[in-house]
Design a binder for this molecule. Structure first.
Ligand code: ARG
Length: 573
């Protein structure tokens, strides 16, 4: 265990419990006055009706800290300031260096986690709006998997419903070959819009489309075959975009809305059996407790529409039931934009009432704000259309290539292209993950691609620079070398490195990835200060070995941290 905060917390908890005669939280956190401080004496003193400084002194006297703590002081009203022993820090860094996982423990209770993310709609373009769910969901999948959870990626694509009537009829009008050609060049929006225009303008076409929906729902063979053509073509297109973007979603993770078709009838029956189904305006509805509209009336999830068809809500109910009952998942994440918050909360509440979402199982809406243009308005192309996601990715890589060429003209063309890809895609992911996800953020290319500041490129650059030290010196760091922390900058870097485990655990629990990016920035800052103050290749013997180990650990933590966010690290740039 290299997580200092937890180690100190555990040790002090024993002492606090002895003072309190019952469990009491020592409340340990990083401090500006010392390495750590424990503030738990204050609330405990209130509980016991004693003076806080006495309680702090009492706890300290009972605490077994000698091997870890150099000085412990009581300050102010009863804070305990703790400064760690250098040899303790060095020892923990040694453990961290020898550990593949860099001191990050796997989850104490591994769970089956379903992560519902990306979820584009068939025959529609992936646009900038899909960026966030895809990037955030993928980071969640990576981090939870690394912590040992059984992660099930669920790409809930919109592959069913009334639009398919007009899409299939349009496909027939064009002829299969022609239609497939149009779709395979990736002009999904054009196809969709053409169908839409005909549907609105031509009553005969509209009638055919409605008939086609009925045939589709009835499972007509020809109709299903044509539907499959559309779905397959879109899926190919989505996969190509994921590949370009370095997203871990594959063909195995498509669980589109149609996947739940056979589960819809049983879900309705089950809800009916539980007495949760009510008719309203000819539709079968559930009214989950606690949701009322502006008029004070309870709000429905429409399960079965008046025409007998099932809607988006029914599918989500079937999906949640499937996830907890069949997959036995206990942690359900829905990485979906904030506008769908109420819909999801209603689905969760309904599932609770139906007994499909009972402890320890829980569902979490991982919401997020919008992507804005540099002008602060919704991101749009020059013509005012929504921006295609692949165009955004391509632009990032092109811009990154220009910057990389300028920064390092010596890179050969192949390496430069590879670095540009990592930097461009990384910049897009980083900007998405580095702010509180609930907030909107603005796309600002120059800032995003800068090699300094709070950017992915800065972290990648720090990593590459460390590698260049090893290359220049022709040295391979010895991961079992003894760590020496004589210089303040070495000690400060050590403290940052030892914070990795806590921050990963925290980011996984809260799915607030900006805490991890913020940590990596601090680490890179501490490394820079170390590098400026402590010569590495010019030092010798044990000092050289120790400093190389610190460089190596920094590079490993940056690479691992970025990897958890889905961002690659070039060896040189
Ligand atoms: N396809 C939906 C959309 O584009 C998102 C689906 C989100 N997931 C879910 N289980 N409802 O809005």
């Amino acid at each position: 265990m290299t997580d200092l905060e937890s180690v100190l917390n555990d040790r002090l908890a024993v002492a606090f419990a002895a003072v309190a005669g019952a469990p009491a939280d020592p409340v340990v956190r990083r401090s500006q006055h010392a390495d750590f401080q424990a503030d738990g004496a204050l609330p405990l003193a209130r509980r016991l009706g004693r003076a806080p400084r006495d309680v702090a002194a009492d706890a300290l006297a009972r605490a077994d800290l000698a091997d870890l703590v150099a000085t412990a002081q009581i300050s102010g009203p009863g804070f305990i300031n703790l400064t760690l022993r250098d040899d303790a820090l060095a020892g923990l860094l040694g453990v961290m260096s020898g550990d593949e996982r860099l001191g990050v423990p796997t989850a104490a209770v591994p769970e089956t986690v379903v992560i519902d993310y990306s979820a584009p709609n068939v025959a529609k373009e992936l646009h900038a709006g899909h960026l966030r769910t895809t990037v955030i969901g993928d980071a969640a999948a990576r981090i939870l998997e690394w912590l040992g959870h059984d992660v099930r990626r669920a790409n809930h694509i919109g592959d069913w419903g009334t639009p398919f009537g007009m899409l299939i009829e349009h496909l027939l009008d064009l002829g299969e070959t022609e239609a497939m050609q149009e779709l395979s060049v990736g002009d999904l929006n054009g196809f969709y819009q053409a169908a839409r225009v005909k549907f609105d303008a031509d009553p005969v076409f509209a009638e055919r489309s409605r008939g086609r929906v009925v045939a589709l729902q009835a499972g007509d063979d020809t109709t299903l075959r044509l539907w499959r053509l559309l779905v397959d073509e879109s899926e190919k297109y989505f996969l190509a975009a994921y590949d370009k973007m370095g997203i871990t979603l594959t063909a195995d993770h498509f669980y589109g809305e149609s996947y739940y078709n056979d589960m819809l009838d049983p879900v309705v029956d089950a809800l009916d059996g539980l007495g949760l189904l009510r008719e309203s305006d000819g539709a079968q509805c559930v009214f989950p407790r606690g949701f009322t509209g502006r008029d004070g009336e309870p709000m429905p999830i429409i399960v079965r529409k008046r025409d007998g068809g099932y809607g988006y809500g029914a599918t989500d109910l079937a999906a949640i039931r499937h996830r907890t009952q069949d997959l036995k998942a206990t942690w359900l994440l829905y990485v979906v934009g904030s506008p769908q918050q109420q819909h999801l909360e209603m689905v969760f509440q309904c599932a609770r009432e139906a007994g499909w979402l009972a402890a320890p199982a829980r569902a979490v809406h991982v919401g997020f704000g919008q992507v804005l243009g540099a002008d602060g308005k919704k991101l749009a192309s020059r013509a005012g259309d929504t921006v295609k996601l692949v165009e955004l990715l391509d632009e990032a890589v092109i811009r990154a290539a220009a910057i990389v060429r300028e920064k390092n003209p010596d890179l050969d063309a192949e390496t430069r292209a590879e670095v540009a890809r990592m930097v461009g895609i990384g910049a897009i992911k980083y900007v998405d993950l580095s702010s509180d996800r609930i907030k909107d953020y603005a796309f600002d290319w120059d800032r995003m691609l800068s090699f300094s500041g709070d950017t992915g490129a800065y972290l990648q650059y720090t990593y590459a620079r460390i590698n260049s030290i090893f290359r220049r010196g022709g040295v391979v760091p010895d991961r079992s070398a003894a760590v020496l922390l004589d210089q303040p900058a070495e000690r400060a870097l050590a403290m940052e490195l030892l914070g990795f485990a806590a921050v990963v655990t925290d980011a996984a629990a809260t799915l607030q990835f900006h805490r991890l990016t913020g940590y990596l920035q601090h680490l890179a800052g501490a490394y820079t200060a170390f590098y400026e103050n402590c010569p590495v290749l010019k030092s010798e013997g044990a000092v050289l070995a120790s400093r190389l180990l610190l460089c190596d650990l920094t590079a490993r933590v940056i690479a691992q941290g970025l990897d958890l966010l889905g961002i690659e690290t070039p060896e040189r740039m």
